[in-house]
Design a protein around this ligand. Structure first.
Ligand code: KIV
Length: 256
């Protein structure tokens, strides 16, 4: 299946069946293992800036970094849909957005993701017309964390909820195949999910309020113990095992 076919198969799951599963992946082995685990989509998110590259937020990530990691994930040739994130400042207008979407696709992304609603509709339309599927991202937008002065819950008031729904409708009209909702209060996330005809993928939106869920790989695996978001639901706690393996290795050297 090509990227467009994979994205439309993903979107068709809105109409029933098991909830959609998406995990971030930034490298070849993780992509291979998550694909073996059966996830529907692998998001090469710009969260890589924080959980892999050690920056304080995603505003330090460049397109070259994204291309490097998208290519690593693509080399795993997963069955899952590969979504490559645009890094901050790389989709300022429709023409630049298309040029950079083509670079992400050439690196191996089946689809791309960008942050924002009504203001991004012309860029989404241009990328979709260029033949590259686009995933939206609404609610808390990590690329705006500095302007916003922190990570804040979204959709708390009727006005905020209506604004997110208007953004979602603008993205749907522009042709996105799915929308990530980040840190949107559960009732608002559920309302948006009911109101639009494409899948919503939640993170920090409570359980069962979206058509699927996305988790950051390190939150799932317990490999970034220095910061664990309150909504994380780990399935493993690998950090102590990694430390123990390193200690065992050091001890083995000293016995030689
Ligand atoms: O960059 C990322 O990993 C993301 C998810 C948090 C949705 O955008």
């Amino acid at each position: 299946m090509n990227g467009t076919e994979k994205a439309s198969a993903f979107a068709s799951r809105k109409s029933g069946g098991a909830p959609l599963s998406m995990l971030t992946a930034y490298d070849y082995p993780t992509a291979k293992l998550f694909d073996e685990g059966g996830v529907d989509a692998l998001l090469v998110g710009d969260s890589l800036g924080m959980v892999v590259l050690g920056f304080p937020d995603t505003t330090h990530v460049t397109l070259d970094m994204m291309l490097h990691h998208v290519a690593a994930v693509a080399r795993a040739t997963p069955k899952a849909l590969i979504i490559g994130d645009f890094s901050i400042g790389t989709y300022p207008d429709p023409e630049t957005a298309v040029v950079n979407a083509r670079k992400l696709a050439a690196a191996g992304a089946d689809a791309v993701k960008l942050e924002g609603g009504v203001a991004q509709a012309d860029k989404v339309r241009a990328i979709v017309e260029a033949g590259i599927p686009v995933c939206g991202h609404l609610g808390m937008l990590p690329q705006s964390v500095l302007e916003e002065g922190g990570y804040k819950k979204k959709g708390k008031t009727p006005e905020q909820s209506a604004a997110i729904l208007a953004d979602a409708r603008a993205l749907v009209d522009a042709g996105v195949f799915a929308i990530v909702l980040e840190s949107v209060v559960p009732a608002t996330a559920a309302h948006i999910t009911r109101e639009i005809r494409i899948p919503t993928i939640g993170i920090g939106c409570g359980t069962g309020n979206c058509d699927g869920e996305v988790s950051v790989a390190t939150d799932l695996l317990g490999t970034f113990p220095w910061f664990v978001p309150p909504f994380a639901r780990p399935e493993a706690d690998l950090a102590p095992q990694i430390v123990a393996a390193a200690r065992a290795y050091v001890a083995r050297q000293t016995r030689l």
